[in-house]
Each structure stands twice: as C-alpha cells, then as structure tokens.
Design a protein around this ligand. Sequence first.
Ligand code: HEM
Length: 138
Amino acid sequence: MATAVEQPQDRSQPATPFERIGGHTVLRRITDRFYDLMEQDPAYAELRAMHAADLASMRESLPAFLAGWAGGPRDWFEANPGKCMMSMHAPFPISRQTAGQWAEAMRRAVQDAAPEDTEIAEAFIDVLTRMALGMARG
Ligand code: HEM
C-alpha cells in the first residue's frame, strides 16, 4: 500500500523530521498503535494504570505534540503555551520500569507503523527512548 507522505512545499529547504517520518498520517498510525499496545498488552499494565480510563484525549494530544516537536504544524504548542513536556510529567511517579514500558511500546509502534524512511524512524525511537528514560525518577 502506498504511503501518503506529506511533501515539503519548498524544495530548497531540507525536509523536517515531521515530513521525513510521513507527516500526520504516519504520526497518527504510530500513536494509535502505541495506545493500542498500551491497552492490549499486559506487559504495559503498570503504564496503562497511570493513565485516565479513556485514552481518547491522549490519542489526539500525543500525535499533535509530536508533529510540532518534529518541526511540523505547531497547533499543540499554540494550544499549550509554555507547557514543557518534562515538567508536565514531573508530578507523575515515573519509575525506570514504567519509563521503559513507554519506550518499548513506542519502539514497537514506530516499527509496526513502518515509516518508509528507516533512518528517521530509528532517530525517533532513539530520541523518544531517551526522553522517556529522562522522565524516570529512581
Ligand atoms: C516515561 C513514561 C511516561 C509516562 C508514565 C507518562 C504518563 C503520562 C500521564 C499519566 C499523562 C496524563 C494523561 C492521562 O492521565 O491520561 C501523560 C500525558 C501526556 N504525555 Fe506522557 N508519559 C510518559 C512519557 C511521555 C513522553 C516521552 C512523551 C512525549 C514524547 C509524553 C507525552 C505526553 C502528552 C503529549 C501528554 C498529554 C499532554 C496534554 O496534551 O495535556 N509522555 N503522560
């Protein structure tokens, strides 16, 4: 199946990570798979239990955050002025174990979404893993 990759308008500029990963289409595929895994795989039960019963708002906010974070449309950042992802997570009791669950589910989700550009896919996995582990306390 062909992937609807969103192309940059201005070819004189290097593609952003948002464009390289496949734009909104692929980010949504990644985050839907991520929350499906969180809901269905008992390996992530502890991580799941930390979240609200209904993940519908997370299924909207995570891809919107990732879009702006990766150099794409900044709607999430405009809707959440000054909100820092690291500080926002500071009140949650995130152990190395739950951070590891987040990182592993995200790695699987990126791999299952199979972005065409495998180099940017690996970079997403690497940076998001480090971000998640950086949120762990103790
Ligand atoms: C390290 C493990 C992590 C845990 C345990 C965790 C847990 C949580 C929890 C409990 C919430 C509140 C939402 C709810 O109650 O359903 C939340 C919100 C959120 N998290 Fe995480 N998180 C983790 C890592 C990350 C990372 C690495 C990112 C980004 C790359 C992220 C992005 C978000 C976003 C975008 C929201 C919603 C913020 C909003 O739009 O208001 N989380 N997280």
